[in-house]
Design a protein around this ligand. Structure first.
Ligand code: NAD
Ligand code: LMR
Length: 332
């Protein structure tokens, strides 16, 4: 029997991530090739014409799974009845800007959209914040939508996770699908800590630790970390635009794993509300290794954290605490 359509909201849908993301959702990349979807697309009035163009292209693409498109500049209409909300709307960082520079513009958007989601989305709506500063926007959304369970609000660090897998795969000249269990700890910013201490590669001789195969701790502890931390800036420098296709693909990975579950023995990175695990201060949206089952994520527990890692986990937590304070100062 055909499944009922799932309503998926994409805010900022006339932007460049939106343009890459909506066809992926309509093709089943996010929710599966047997899951019909109705897309809710939100943008602001200056982008209304362009948003309508995106809707026209979605119609023209004749996606079999796409059962309807609501393209609107009305936040209430956009949020009504949605089961999944992918929050991309906001102002991206330009060359030479730090992420903090986009803070004041973006947190106030997330405060007002929190109200609309809380009131009009379907019960148990899952929310993914992509727009930067992603962790802090998600935290503001959580705090101003207190009736949405905190387990339903997350931010995107899967792009960083995938970047880390990509760097290891390039370095070892192995398939990216054979690399697993890297971790992104903390903020989706240059303070994040890409950790390979528990990562492995599937080889003909079995699972091997990444550290053993790379056999170059100096590279893993410096250049690798810096490359992943700075990858967003490197893409902006190269494209004069921030990452879009990889961000859209990572957003699909994030929701797909959250809804459909992670495979046995594999964890992924998600920005989620800290419960104090790994001595990360509770009350921040912080990226952790998680497994998912039945639509719920669980932080992977019991991983060893050495002194080098501890410092890095703490540093990115400090930045998030500062961002939280700055966000509140922007809102008053
Ligand atoms: P973009 O400027 O191309 O698109 C953003 C869209 O949001 C625009 O169409 C704009 O009109 C719209 N918008 C602005 N205010 C809005 C509002 N109040 N409601 C609805 N829509 C609104 O930017 P982009 O390249 O698509 O990037 C979007 C965001 O994603 C940026 O904040 C960017 O920094 C962030 N980003 C995050 C990651 C991640 O991994 N977390 C990766 C890449 C980009
Ligand atoms: C990215 O990681 O590519 C985005 O968050 C863009 C940015 O500002 O770094």
């Amino acid at each position: 029997m055909a499944k009922n359509p799932v309503r998926v909201l994409v805010t900022g849908a006339a932007g460049q991530i939106g343009y890459a993301l909506v066809p992926m959702i309509a093709r089943g990349v996010m929710l599966g090739s047997d899951q019909p979807v109705i897309l809710h697309l939100l943008d602001i009035p200056p982008a209304a014409e362009s948003l309508n163009g995106v809707k026209m292209e979605l119609v023209d693409a004749a996606f079999p799974l796409l059962k309807g498109v609501v393209a609107t500049t009305d936040v209430v209409e956009a949020c009504t009845g949605v089961n999944i909300a992918v929050m991309v709307g906001g102002f991206p960082r330009k060359e030479g800007m730090e992420r903090k520079d986009v803070m004041s513009k973006n947190v106030s958007i997330y405060k007002s959209q929190a109200f609309a989601l809380e009131k009009h989305a379907a019960a148990n709506c899952k929310v993914l914040v992509v727009a930067n500063p992603a962790n802090t926007n998600a935290l503001i959304l959580k705090e101003f939508a207190p009736s949405i369970p905190e387990k339903n609000i997350s931010c995107l660090t899967r792009l960083d996770h995938n970047r880390a897998l990509g760097q290891i795969s390039e370095r070892l000249n192995v398939q990216v699908s054979d690399v697993k269990n890297v971790i992104i700890w903390g903020n989706h910013s240059s303070s994040q800590y890409p950790d390979v201490n528990h990562a492995t590669v599937t080889t003909p001789a079995g699972e091997k630790p990444v550290r053993e195969l790379v056999a170059d701790d100096a590279w893993l502890n410096s250049e690798f970390i810096a490359t992943v931390q700075q990858r967003g800036a490197a893409i902006i420098k190269a494209r004069k635009l921030s990452s879009a296709l990889s961000a859209a693909s990572a957003a699909c990975d994030h929701i797909r794993d959250w809804v459909l579950g992670t495979p046995e023995g594999i964890w992924v990175s998600m920005g989620v509300y800290s419960d104090g695990s790994y001595n990360v201060p509770a009350g921040l949206i912080y990226s952790f290794p998680v497994t998912t089952q039945n639509g719920e994520w669980k932080i992977v527990q019991g991983l060893g954290i050495d002194e080098f890692s501890r410092k890095k986990l703490d540093l990115t937590a400090e930045e998030l605490s500062e961002e939280k304070a700055l966000a509140y100062s922007c809102l008053t």
